[in-house]
Design a protein around this ligand. Structure first.
Ligand SMILES: O=C(O)CCC(=O)C(=O)O
Length: 263
């Protein structure tokens, strides 16, 4: 994939695209230094530290990196907002840090499907250290069940929909970036390497995609390119709202639509 090529077709057909060498060595080193300055290494679970955008100017600047924005515009249009940003570090403790296969849209359903996530590798990502795996074409399946016994499980519960050999490893060098659609089935296995795997994840949406449920962060809705929209664009679909225990439900378009007599 050459940088100057459009990824629109690949994104629409496969639900993801990998962009080699999007960041240069200096940019990667600056971001690694920020990560190491601000965060402790996790011990066992993959740590997703949220609100990167507000925690450092370097991370805020990265949200609008011109090469990333250019590729985002090819996928979700010219008017783009941030949904959230996070650090995604796999622990160095061997055989820990698996993250189950899921569709991001299950966490934060929106009124339309122009929602995607950008994964930025700060270390080489390999099957050994728990790189992302994706199921090509899964973004066309609609939203699958991520609930167990009525509670949001964080991973897809319809595992018979695909086979292990359908999962494709996104091997990346540091500085490579991948973009995946909000319905692309993906996850990452344990880290067997003995070294941490550092990455950043920025989630974006089209400005006319309104969030129906899930967490809203301080940075949710920050305008990244183009303009905000007075119009709410709706895609037809049947989207289960995530019932997350211990999590405050946000004031989204799908919540709090009852009168004072209803519990
Ligand atoms: O950190 C990882 O390896 C998984 C990240 C992920 O799948 C996500 O944030 O949706």
């Amino acid at each position: 994939m050459l940088l100057e090529q459009s990824i629109t077709e690949e994104y629409q057909d496969q639900g993801y695209a990998v962009l080699p060498s999007l960041l240069n060595d200096t940019e990667v080193q600056t971001l690694r230094n920020e990560v190491d300055r601000l965060y402790e290494q996790p011990k066992e679970a993959t740590r997703h530290h949220l609100n990167l955008y507000t925690s450092s100017n370097h991370f805020a600047k990265l949200a609008r990196h011109p090469l990333i924005v250019e590729k985002l515009q090819q996928c979700i249009g010219l008017n783009i907002q941030l949904q959230h940003s996070k650090l995604a570090v796999k622990p160095q403790t061997p055989d820990t840090g698996a993250f189950g296969m899921h569709q991001d849209f299950a966490y934060y359903p929106h009124t339309n499907l122009d929602v995607c996530a950008v994964f930025i590798a700060l270390d080489a990502c390999t099957p050994e250290n728990g790189c992302l795996y994706v199921v090509p074409g899964s973004h066309k399946w609609g939203l699958l069940n991520h609930h167990h016994e009525g509670v949001f499980a964080g991973c897809c519960m319809e595992k018979n929909t695909w086979n292990k050999h359908d999962e494709v490893a996104l091997e990346m060098q540091s500085g490579d970036v991948s973009i995946h659609h909000g319905l692309c089935m993906h996850g990452s296995p344990v880290n067997r390497s003995g070294s941490p795997r550092r990455a950043l994840v920025y989630s974006y949406r089209a400005a006319d995609a309104y969030q129906m449920d899930g967490n809203i962060y301080p940075e949710t809705g920050v305008q990244i390119s183009g303009e905000s929209s007075e119009f709410m664009r709706l895609d037809a679909g049947n989207y289960r709202l995530p019932i997350m225990l211990g999590s405050e439900h946000a004031e989204t378009v799908a919540r709090h639509q009852h009168g004072s007599l209803v519990d």
